[in-house]
Design a protein around this ligand. Structure first.
Ligand code: PHE
Length: 342
């Protein structure tokens, strides 16, 4: 092997050297460029090269030194631009943004309704979703075989010997409250309820309700009306008004359906209120004396009112959502729109 070939071979080794940290870079420097390094050794060898070749070999050797020094600086540069240890971490770099969760619109409306009623002394009560016939129907003045039971298409379930039902309304919770306490009673019962209906934009097999119950001495229909007017104004704004239409529920007498003035068109008439200027939001009435007696409350001393509303319906009006199914599909594109409401 002549000198030229030998130097080429050495350059191959040098140029394929891999440096991962400052210690390895220093090892590179010592091995090739150090005072006892390979290049120094080669320059010493040059002395023994025959005179006529000295010039050429000297030039080749010099080139190799320049290339190796160049490579050393290149490797040094690369090493300092990679983030490998603390000295090179940029503490001022903004952090990665984490997506923020959103509360479900139904929880927001539910909390708002609870808040409004708690300001006038209502407590919150809860009960089971799987109910017996007594709490869901009989205690509420639905006699067996009475056609009013068909008003609420019921899912029946077997639980041991007993036939049970998924509660069709949270009035069942109010029966439990009446059974377990004496007036004055002022409570609302929020919760999920089930009805055997085909799922569409306007109906679902489950939805959420808030029902209210107030029982004391001398409670009148005027109290009911004022309470609901207060509620409508708190929820929809000072300009909101209500109207009552006669209706029928087995557990209240008299009964009414309540409409609120359309907040979307200011009662001028629009698609949502079907050009009537009014939106139906809840059912209500004076608690039937039979219901009070069934739960052990003296109907001669006490009277009371009850009301019930669907949370989806209120949310639909507040957020202009026209398809009920959106509430339970968990589509983040829908849910994300409520992020700013937290
Ligand atoms: N429980 C009734 C329903 O689910 C609503 C209601 C409650 C009506 C209280 C009147 C009084 O449809």
């Amino acid at each position: 092997m002549n000198m030229r070939e030998k130097l080429d071979k050495i350059w191959d080794d040098i140029s394929s050297y891999i440096v991962a940290n400052p210690q390895e870079l220093e090892a590179f420097r010592i091995k090739y460029l150090g005072s006892k390094g390979l290049l120094k050794e080669l320059f010493t060898e040059l002395k023994s090269v025959p005179n006529e070749q000295k010039r050429d070999v000297g030039q080749l050797l010099n080139n190799l030194r320049i290339k190796t020094e160049g490579l050393f600086h290149e490797l040094k540069e690369k090493l300092s631009s990679t983030v490998t240890d603390e000295g090179t971490v940029d503490y001022y770099r903004p952090g990665n943004e984490e997506p923020i969760g959103a509360r479900h619109p139904l929880s927001m409306v539910r909390s708002e309704i609870i808040e409004i009623f708690s300001r006038i002394g209502y407590t919150v009560s809860e009960g089971p979703e799987i109910e017996d016939d007594w709490h869901n129907f009989s205690a509420l003045n639905f006699p067996p075989e009475h056609p009013a039971r068909d008003m609420q298409d019921t899912f029946f379930v077997e639980k041991g010997e007993k036939e049970m039902a998924l509660r069709t309304h949270t009035s069942s919770v109010q029966v439990r409250v009446m059974e377990n306490s004496q007036p004055p009673i002022r409570t609302i019962s929020p919760g999920r309820v089930y009805r055997n209906e085909a799922i569409s934009a306007r109906a679902h097999c489950f939805f959420h309700q808030v029902e209210g119950l107030y029982i004391d001495k001398n409670v009148s229909f005027a109290d009911l009306k004022q309470t609901l007017l207060y509620f409508a104004k708190e929820l929809f704004g000072e300009k909101a008004t209500i109207r009552m239409r006669p209706s029928y529920f087995p557990f209240t007498e008299p009964s009414a359906e309540v409409d609120v003035s359309c907040t979307i068109c200011n009662s001028k008439g629009c698609n949502v209120c079907k050009h009537t200027g009014w939106l139906e939001i809840l059912g209500c009435g004076m608690v039937d004396p039979n219901v009070l007696e069934a739960s052990g409350i003296d109907s001669k001393t006490y009277s009371g009112f009850a009301f019930g509303m669907g949370i989806e319906r209120i949310a639909q009006l507040k957020y202009k959502v026209n398809d009920l199914r959106l509430y339970s599909e968990n589509d983040v594109r829908f849910l994300n729109q409520f992020t700013s409401e937290i």
